[in-house]
Write a protein that binds this ligand. Structure first.
Ligand SMILES: *Cc1c(COP(=O)(O)O)cnc(C)c1O
Length: 396
């Protein structure tokens, strides 16, 4: 029999939408894919060259489990340069993607009887990574009228003696909003008062618009740094999703435990990808800025387009590459015999009728919303917006 523990876990719903869209595409349908969670840009040339050189040089063997020193040093430099955080090599673990870093943290920290607070709308993997380790996710709601900002009082009300950790994600997938310094300071204060760990997923750090600024909660003071594990990676910043390089920075004991766990599962991340990651972190960063500017242009276009569609209202996100429009006015409407009662119904309707793939808000714990990724061309954005407009006009 399959282990009991696994029954609580569901496959990633975002990957499910993506595969359904790809299936329709393979059948010859012209699908606009707004479901994707990865940049559509190519990995920068100098990063690819570093990997090719690694292969030619024969750098194709096992490396130390937690990553090569050269990469750890590049990560340490980055954390100091961008985030004002000082770490040593003993505080760093390189894993096979940020998702793997988060998984290692969950294995190292969570167990039966533990509660882990997750603000909603949340990234789909957080609750399931908690559940697979027999701990309990505790959802802390945030609201559109607060720009999906965590309300410290709501957070504190959810704390019990079992509360072990809080998972933060700023800029947020799926909302695209960013935590302000004021809220982060309050959250840090609450975490220290109740002795709670903070897991800070900062994977979208480099994709921020309108002169907003990313702040790592770990940078707010030595005390909170000791309770925080920072997670980041190259997937979103350098269009490197397939290379599978992510990392965690945190207290020595936790990093040591995570490294031990990794040594019994994947061992080291791919040697070649590590060399590419060194080039990405230490090389020129203008490629990152170029991609950011293009995302900003698309964001502006998409949000304006969405707000011109009856029944949809969309706040301007500040980071990442998602819009998270409110579609609650559409719910309850009908086309022939088909009543749209949920964001899932709407997503299925849009995929089947309009051939537009997107993810229902319910996948992120937020009914009444849909997530639209703008990691796609302006041409696709324009086509997709018009298709959604037409499909919604059919609903009465
Ligand atoms: C994409 C994503 C990740 C995972 O990134 P990888 O490094 O590719 O594993 C982690 N957290 C969030 C919120 C993401 O959107």
């Amino acid at each position: 029999m399959i282990a009991e523990r696994t029954k609580k876990v569901k496959p990633s719903p975002t990957l499910a939408v993506d595969s359904k869209a790809k299936e329709l595409k393979a059948k010859g349908f012209d699908v606009v894919n707004f479901g994707v969670g990865e940049p559509d840009f190519d990995t920068p040339e100098h990063v690819k060259e570093a990997a090719i050189k690694a292969i030619r040089d024969g750098f194709t063997k096992y490396t130390p489990v937690g990553g090569i020193d050269e990469l750890k040093e590049a990560i340490i430099d980055k954390l100091e340069r961008d985030n004002g955080l000082k770490y040593g090599k003993e505080n760093i673990l390189v894993s096979c993607g940020a998702k793997h870093s988060l998984y290692n943290i969950a294995q190292a920290l969570f167990g039966p009887g533990d509660e882990v607070m997750i603000p909603s709308p949340y990234w789909v993997s957080y609750p399931d990574q908690v559940l697979i380790n027999d701990a309990q996710p505790v959802i802390v709601e945030t609201y559109e009228e607060d720009n999906f900002m965590l309300q410290p009082e709501v957070l504190e009300n959810k704390i019990t003696p079992k509360t072990k950790a809080l998972i933060l994600n700023s800029p947020s997938n799926p909302t695209g909003f960013i935590y302000s310094k004021k809220v982060l300071e309050k959250v840090a204060e609450i975490a220290l008062k109740h002795n709670i760990y903070i897991i800070s997923d900062e994977i979208y750090e480099k994709l921020i618009y309108d002169d907003e600024k990313h702040i790592s909660i770990a940078s707010l003071g030595e005390e909170i740094k000791e309770k925080t594990i920072v997670v980041n990676g190259l997937s979103k910043s350098h269009a490197m999703t397939g290379w599978r390089i992510g990392y965690a920075a945190g207290p020595v004991e936790i990093i040591k435990t995570m490294t031990k766990i990794q040594s019994q599962s994947t061992s080291n991340p791919t040697s070649i990808a590590q060399k590419a990651a060194v080039a990405a972190l230490s090389g020129p960063q203008d490629c990152v800025e170029k991609m950011r500017q293009e995302f900003e242009r698309r964001r502006n276009y998409l949000v304006a387009g969405l707000n011109s569609i009856g029944g949809i209202s969309c706040k301007m996100p500040k980071g990442a590459f998602y819009a998270f429009p409110n579609i609650s006015k559409v719910l309850g409407k009908k086309v022939s015999n088909n009543q749209i009662n949920s964001s899932m119904d709407l997503s299925i309707y849009l995929l089947e009728q309009a051939k537009v793939a997107l993810v229902p808000g319910s996948a992120f714990g937020a009914e009444g919303y849909i997530r639209i990724s703008y990691a796609t061309s302006m041409e696709n954005l324009s086509k997709g917006i018009e298709r959604i407009r037409k499909a919604l006009e059919e609903l009465k």
